[in-house]
Design a protein around this ligand. Structure first.
Ligand code: MRU
Length: 348
C-alpha cells in the first residue's frame, strides 16, 4: 500500500489549538498557535480554517481552550459559561452545520460531569473524539466513493473538500487518497472556485502533493470540460444537506449540477452524516452566508472593480435534490428517494 503524505489542518497540542493557515496556501505552509477562543472565532470567520468538518473540529477545540481557563468550582456556572462560548463560536459562520453539530455535541456531553475537573476533561476528550471519528468517517466515505470509479476515470470537483477541510482524507477527495494507496490511477479536473480560489490554492495543491493527476480550470470552463473531456462523475463536498436531499455547497456547485445533468454525468455529493441536517426540511431553509465585498472587488489587495459597484457575494448555493445522483456517506451511498434514504442512514 502506498502511504499518502498528509498534513493535519487542526490539532490540539500542548493545551492549545494549532491550525494550518489555509489562507496562505499553497506557497506558505504556516501553522498558527491559537491560545484564546477569540482567535479560534477569527480563524473560522476569516477562512484560515475552513471546510465543514474542520470548522467543527476547530470550534470544539475552541471550547476546550475556554474550559482550561475556567477557575470556578460550580458545574452550573461552567455549563452556563460553556453555552455562552458555544453561541459565540456558532456566530463565526452560518452555513456549515458541522460547526453547530460539533459545538452542541461538546455542550451536551458535559451534562454528565459531576465536578468542574470532570467537565474540563470531558470537553477536551469529546473534541478529540470528534476529530478521531471524522478521520474514520472520511476514510469510509473514500471507500464508498471509490466503489463508483474505475481505473482511468476522470472526475470533476469544486472548491476543496479534501484532507485539510476535515480530520484527514477529506470527503469529495477521499476516494483519490484511497485510490492512490491502492495504486489505482484516477484523474481530476479542479475548478478554481471564485471568489477565494479554494480549488486553485487548495485542491490542486493537495492532489498534486499526493501524486494525483490534477488539472486546474477556471470556473467558466466547466461546461466545456464536462461536455468534451469524458468526465465519469462530478464529486463535491457539502456544508449542509437538508432532509429532502437538497445540498448547500460552495457557490458554483448548482451550476455544475445543472450542467452535469444536461450531459448525463452523475453528480455525487460526499457527506458525513454530521453534515446531514434533518431539522432543515428543504434547502430553502439553509442560511446562506454572504461575505465581504472585497472578495469580489479586489484582487491581491488591489481594487479591480470600479468604485461604488453593487456587489452580491453569496458563499454557497443550494442544489435541488433532483440534480443529485447520490449522496456518499460513511454508511453507504444514498440514491433514489433521498429523503427516505437520508433518514434511514441517519438512524442506522
Ligand atoms: O467557504 P469554505 O471554503 O469553508 O467552503 C467549503 C465548502 O464548500 C466545502 O465543499 C464543504 O465545506 C465540504 S468540506 C469537506
Amino acid at each position: 500500500m502506498i502511504k499518502t503524505d498528509f498534513i493535519r489542518s487542526v490539532s490540539w497540542e500542548n493545551n492549545h489549538v494549532v491550525i494550518l493557515d489555509q489562507q496562505k496556501l499553497p506557497h506558505t505552509t504556516e501553522f498558527l498557535h491559537l491560545k484564546e477562543i477569540k482567535s479560534v472565532w477569527e480563524s473560522i470567520h476569516s477562512l484560515k480554517v475552513r471546510g465543514a468538518p474542520a470548522i467543527g473540529i476547530a470550534a470544539a477545540f475552541g471550547l476546550a481552550l475556554w474550559a482550561k481557563t475556567f477557575t470556578g468550582n460550580s458545574t452550573k456556572e461552567f455549563r452556563a459559561g460553556l453555552r455562552a462560548e458555544r453561541d459565540y463560536l456558532a456566530s463565526a459562520r452560518p452555513t456549515a452545520v458541522n460547526l453547530f453539530w460539533a459545538l452542541d455535541r461538546v455542550v451536551n456531553v458535559v451534562n454528565l460531569a459531576e465536578t468542574v475537573e470532570q467537565a474540563k476533561e470531558i470537553v477536551i476528550n469529546e473534541a478529540l473524539l470528534i476529530q478521531k471519528e471524522d478521520e474514520e468517517v472520511c476514510r469510509r466515505i473514500g471507500e464508498h466513493g471509490l466503489s463508483l470509479l474505475n481505473t482511468g476515470d476522470t472526475v470533476l470537483t469544486h472548491c476543496n473538500a479534501g484532507g485539510i477541510a476535515t480530520a484527514r482524507y477529506g470527503t469529495a477527495l477521499a476516494p483519490f487518497y484511497l485510490a492512490k494507496e491502492q495504486g489505482i490511477d484516477l484523474s481530476v479536473y479542479a475548478t478554481e472556485t471564485r471568489p477565494v480560489l479554494q480549488g486553485a490554492r487548495l485542491t490542486a495543491w493537495e492532489l498534486q502533493r499526493i501524486g494525483v493527476n490534477v488539472t486546474l480550470i477556471t470556473d467558466n470552463m466547466a461546461a466545456h470540460v464536462l461536455k468534451n473531456k469524458n468526465i465519469s462523475a462530478v464529486i463535491v463536498g457539502t456544508d449542509r444537506v437538508a432532509a429532502n436531499g437538497d445540498v448547500a455547497n460552495k457557490i458554483g456547485t448548482l451550476g455544475l449540477a445543472v450542467i452535469a445533468k444536461a450531459f448525463n454525468i452523475p453528480f455525487y455529493v460526499a457527506s458525513p452524516l454530521s453534515t446531514i441536517d434533518l431539522n432543515v426540511l428543504t434547502g430553502e431553509d439553509i442560511p446562506i452566508e454572504e461575505r465581504a465585498e472585497e472578495e469580489i472587488t479586489h484582487w491581491n489587495g488591489e481594487r479591480v472593480a470600479a468604485e461604488n459597484i453593487n456587489i452580491y457575494n453569496p458563499a454557497f448555493d443550494v442544489t435541488p435534490h433532483h440534480f443529485v445522483t447520490g449522496i456518499i456517506t460513511e454508511k453507504g451511498i444514498v440514491t433514489g428517494d433521498l429523503q427516505q434514504g437520508l433518514t434511514r442512514v441517519k438512524t442506522l
